[in-house]
Design a protein around this ligand. Sequence first.
Ligand code: HEM
Length: 396
Amino acid sequence: MAVDYDPYSDEAMTDATALYKEMRTEGCPHFMEKYNGWAFTRYDDVKAASLKAKCLDFTHGQTPGQLLLDEDVLESFATKNGSEHRKWRGLIADDFTIPAVEAQKPRYRELARELWDGLKGKEQMDVYRDYANRFFCINAGYKLGLPAEDAERYRALIDDILHRDKGQVGAVSERNQKAFAELAGHLGDYIAKIRANPGLATGYTKIYAEAEIEGKRLNDHELLMYMITLLILGSETTPMVIAAFFYFLDRHPEQKAAVLKDHSLIRRAFLETARFKQPSNMLARRALTDFEIAGQEIKEGQNLLFIYASANRDETHFKDADTFDIFRDDLEPNMTFGIGSHVCLGMHVGVEAGIVLIEQVLSEIADWEVIEDEVVRAYGEHLSGFVGMPIRFTLK
Ligand code: HEM
C-alpha cells in the first residue's frame, strides 16, 4: 500500500525519519498527487536526479514552499539554470575553495574564542543559540560587509521567517511576514546607503553590486535577494549540525569519550552527525523536460523534492544506516551537501568552521551533558534537527 506522505503533514514536519524509511522501502520516486510532484528518498535516485542538470529547472525556487505552495522566489544564482547559474555563482566561488577557507581559519578561530570566552564562566550554554548560530550569522554578515551586531539582529529575523507554528503550512504567519518585511527594510536601507556611497560596500555585497554579466546588472531588489539568500544559506544549517554533534555524542558515551580524548576525531564525528541528522532535509526543483528515474517517467513541469535527509539514511547505501557511528567506514560518499551543478557552495566553510567551533569548546571542557527537557527541535518542512541545544559543562 502506498505511503501517505505530505511534507506539510504534522507527522512529516515533526520528524519524517520513519516516513522516509517507509518510502524508501516502498520504492522511489513517490508521487504526491496533491502537489503534482515526486519525492526522491533513496540515495541513488536523489543522486541520479541531481545529475540530470539539463532536465532541472531552478527558476521557480529551491524551497518546498516556493515549488509546492507558490511562495515568492528569492532570486539569486541558486535560482538560475545552466550557464547563467555558473556565471553568477562563479563571481564568489573562489572564496569557497579549500585553500580560501583554510586562509580564513585564523578569523574563524578568533571569533570562536571571543564567543566562547563570553560563555565559559557560566557552566551552561545553549550551543545553538548562544554560540554556533551567533558565529555563523556574524560570519555570513561579515562576508556581506555587515557589522556584527546588525548580522545578529538579522539572524533573529531569519529565525522568525523560518519559524512554523504547529500545523502551519508555508510562511504565512504574521510572525513570518513581519520579520521578512523588517529584514528587507533594514537591508534595503543598507543598499540605498551603498548605492549613494559605493565605497562603503565590501565583500560579496560589493561584488554583486558592481557585477555586470552580459550587460546585466543587479537592481536594488535583486541585490537584496542575493543578500538575503547568502545570509540565510550561510547561517542556517551548520549550527544545527553543531547542536546535533553535542546531542548525539552525549547519547553515545563511548564515542563521546573517544572524541574527548582524541580531538582528531572531531572531523569524523562532525561528518557522521551531518549524515545522521542532515539539517537541510530537502530542497525542491521542477522538471524542465520529461525524464526517467528508477523506471518512473517524470513529466515536464512536475515538482521534485530531493530529500537529502532520507538519502543519508538509505540502508542500501550505508551499513546500519540508522546507527550513529563516528567510526563507520562508509561515511563518504554521502548526500549531506547534495551533488551536481547546484552542490552546496559553502560545504568547506560549514565543515571547517564547524570543526573550529567544536575544537574551541572541547579544548577547554572536561565533559558536557545535554539538558534534554530544554532541547528545541526544528518543526516544518524545510529544516530538520535541533534549533536549541542547552548543555551543562565542566571545565578542565
Ligand atoms: C553543514 C552545513 C551545510 C549543509 C548540510 C548544507 C547543505 C546544502 C545542500 C544539500 C544544498 C543543495 C545542494 C544541491 O542542490 O545539490 C546546499 C546549497 C547551498 N549551500 Fe549549503 N549547506 C551547509 C552549509 C553552507 C554554508 C556554511 C554556506 C555558505 C557559507 C552554504 C551555502 C550554500 C549555497 C549558496 C547553496 C546554493 C548553491 C547553488 O544553488 O548553486 N551552505 N547546501
